[in-house]
Design a protein around this ligand. Sequence first.
Ligand SMILES: [Zn+2]
Ligand SMILES: [Zn+2]
Length: 262
Amino acid sequence: MISLMPLFDTHAHLHFPDFADDLDGVLERARAAGLRGMVTIGTDRESNRATVAMAEHIPDVWASVGIHPHDAGEATEEDFAEMERLARSPRVVGVGEMGLDFFRDLSPRDVQARVFRRQLDFARAVAKPVIIHCRDAHPEALAILDEARVGEIGGVMHCFSADIAVARRCLDLGLMISLAGPVTYKNARALPDVARYVPMDRLVLETDCPYLTPTPHRGKRNEPAYVALTAAHVAALRGVEVETLGEATTRNAARLFGLALA
Ligand SMILES: [Zn+2]
Ligand SMILES: [Zn+2]
């Protein structure tokens, strides 16, 4: 597929071992699909180091550093210190992913909340937007985001997984909403409604690769080029040209992360 419309993957994990063998090919396919950039997202100490190392060598890959709720229980003071040091790199355009995950509950819930609040404070201090991960914990996460006045920091609810009521609250808090592969699934539940509901200037797209591969490649490894499949699906749901959606979501991503895209 040759596509000249711009696209942007706001949430990838390109530094994961899944891409170690063929990263160059993955990036080439992304560029051929029209991607103007990708943000590779850190989740723990080792992964934060890897994101920044990658972004320092690849001009159209930027980095985010954070401590995922799954890793919150194990996070040490050294992990926070390292994250704060890495966040000073000009290639780091966001803090996260951070948040609450009460679906898998891999860290105690009170620790998840504490680590989440701490990263919100840190993002405010360094003036970088936040990347929020939230699963089965929307009332609790929205309360923390409200208390932290996240609208003043800026950020995105990544891989949005809830309904229109939650989407409205995220928008009211000042967040952008990011849709990933699940909006293309048969069991997408409320996501098609959300895809139609979010104003065009508040919507961004992501892959969350290597996970959440969109239809028709579901079950295989995901990669940034497939954000084009999600874009086509969301454009059809909204009844707009895919080029229009690609341009708007790319512009939104650039604004979110403070990027001047070529
Ligand atoms: Zn996530
Ligand atoms: Zn992720």
